[in-house]
Design a protein around this ligand. Sequence first.
Ligand code: DGL
Length: 277
Amino acid sequence: MTRVDRTQPIAVFDSGVGGLTVLHECLVWLPHEDFVYLGDTARFPYGGRDAADLRERSLAVARHLRDNGAKMIVVACNSATSAALPALRDELGESLAVVGTVEPAARLAAAATRSGRIGLLGTPATVASGAYERALSDVDLTSVACPKLAPLIQAGGELDARVVELEDEYCEPLIAAGVDTVILGCTHYPLVRAILQRALGRGVTIVSSGQAIADEVERQLSERDIENETDRRGSYRFACTGDEQEFRALAARSLQLPVERVDRVEIAERTSERRAA
Ligand code: DGL
């Protein structure tokens, strides 16, 4: 088992800019830690991929992050978490903590609901996985797959009437089901939270996993005794597998913190290719 030490960075990954909503919370909550963010933009979107494909890709990305010195891996993507978290923990969990999105968001939603009727907005992959049904067995869950929403957000265009119309359409079944709490089951969706809240009405509590993940990261760091010194200011950096300029421009808008450099990295598709490399 590889030992990690407290000075190594925490790695956060997603298919695109959605995971920046998680990174944002981590940077605010744990300013003394170093972070590295990876956007697997060459493979975006994850939400339309099947579970086997997502497992294989998530493992390849996580191995890359481990081999590049991460002390913990945050899977800041619901599609990857839903398909791959057990496989990631099986393979890497002994040496590295692996934190996903589903458990923290489900916990928050269970605590927030009064009626026991919860809605889920997610990618087709997340909804099809049934991960939230498994995490929330005692509630009445209405799930809506939103195939067009993350691609629209990732495209980075203006938030116009088209976006509002699309979100109205996705929220409609949740309103019809009378939910009082809605889980944003895709890390891209907090970037359009205001439009969703207007569509759902102010009586509905919207839950996303960012802050809950930051708490979970802090808990795991302390449990494993690998927190960095708290009297320092940590650093953060970015990598992506697609176009780095495009990612930089999008990230700068989404993170609400400076985004300086973005490096482009190659991650081999298959395990055998990686091992041979
Ligand atoms: N942000 C991701 C999620 O939480 C994925 C969006 C996508 O790649 O389709 O599911």
